[in-house]
Design a protein around this ligand. Structure first.
Ligand SMILES: [Zn+2]
Length: 109
């Protein structure tokens, strides 16, 4: 544990470098780093708290809320394609699961 109240002796000679300036330069260097290393525009999985890039689009419709031809879309990573898909399927909402993102560049079989 670092003690804040540590006694510091300043040099009385004029022209001495003020203490703390090198630390300020280091802080400026830290501040120019981006907040996030991954691109902010990459679509992410819709599952709560998941930051994985989306690779699936789950299209669904709640007949009580939506017109029959309306589709809501949830994006999902490989893992949550199953959990989100099951969530929708047990309610009878799931209509379609389609590849999303990089997978869509592949030729369709
Ligand atoms: Zn996910």
């Amino acid at each position: 544990m670092r003690r804040v109240g540590k006694r510091v002796t300043f040099s009385p000679s004029p022209g001495g470098f003020p203490r703390g300036r090198p630390a300020l330069i280091i802080l400026v260097g830290v501040n120019i780093l981006p907040d996030k290393l991954d691109g902010p525009e990459e679509p992410q999985c819709s599952s709560k708290g998941c930051r994985q890039p989306a690779s699936w689009a789950l299209r669904w419709n709640n007949p009580k809320l939506h017109a029959p031809d309306y589709r809501k879309t949830w994006l999902a990573c490989d893992e949550h394609r199953v959990t989100l898909g099951n969530f929708l399927e047990v309610r009878g909402f799931l209509r379609e699961v389609a590849p999303f993102g990089a997978a869509s560049d592949a030729p369709l079989a």
